[in-house]
Design a binder for this molecule. Structure first.
Ligand code: CA
Length: 223
């Protein structure tokens, strides 16, 4: 799980990105202008920035420039119009940044996000570990594989995301709302029992004792 800042003034794109990234287990923050994006990115509570170039006020190039000149090394993926890819590439020259021409498929963006997060984790700068371990369960976030007692277990994408958020927060109680937001995004009715249903699936696959019900509060993944 990573904290991803989305700086994009087009509501449709921003909400599509936020929804997809949350479904991949990340925490997202959205802002629609460059100045606010810069402030948040400099605040340091961000593992990766998805940055649009065409923004009101301060554009994406200026945000990136300010960010780097103030010493931030946060990975940035720039969103750019397809017809200005040439300008973008020269603007990014030499920097440790990536770009994504619009329009793009979410899967392409996600692949780049994962790659960037992995690289910064390899460099020791990111919080993300490749293998999460808790009790008898191991979760490899690169290969999206789960292993219980040396036995490989098949998890669906949702089950994996749920297991991931649980294991990142092993020992802590997570509310249904937190789990719903992380794994399904906000487009689910909070009254839905989808979380309980999926916790049931995970217990079957990972072991009944892995996830405890904390009455009136939510669920806890046992360490
Ligand atoms: Ca824009």
């Amino acid at each position: 799980m990573a904290r991803i800042l989305i700086v994009e003034d087009e509501e449709r794109i921003a909400s599509f990105l936020a929804k997809g990234l949350r479904a991949d287990g990340h925490v997202t923050t959205r802002v629609a202008n460059g100045r606010e994006g810069l402030d948040l990115a400099l605040g340091g509570e961000v593992d990766l920035v998805v940055l649009d170039i065409g923004l009101p006020g301060m554009d994406g190039f200026e945000v990136l420039d300010q960010l780097r000149s103030q010493g931030s090394t946060v990975p940035v993926i720039v969103l750019t119009a397809r017809d200005s890819v040439g300008d973008t590439v020269s603007a990014l020259e030499g920097g440790a940044d990536d770009y994504m021409p619009k329009p793009f498929r979410f899967a392409e963006l996600l692949a780049r996000v994962r790659l960037r997060l992995r690289r910064s984790a390899d460099a020791g700068a990111g919080p993300r570990e490749d293998v999460l371990r808790s009790g008898r369960v191991r979760l490899d976030v690169r290969t999206r594989r789960a292993v219980v007692d040396e036995r490989q277990v098949d998890l669906s994408a949702r089950e994996f995301s749920l297991a991931e958020i649980f294991m990142v927060n092993a020992g802590q109680v997570l509310s249904r709302e937190q789990l719903l937001d992380h794994v399904w995004g906000m487009d689910f009715d909070p009254g839905s029992n989808v979380v309980d249903v999926y916790v049931g699936y995970l217990r079957k696959k990972l072991g009944a004792d892995t996830i405890a019900t904390v009455r009136g509060m939510g669920y806890r993944f046992n360490r």
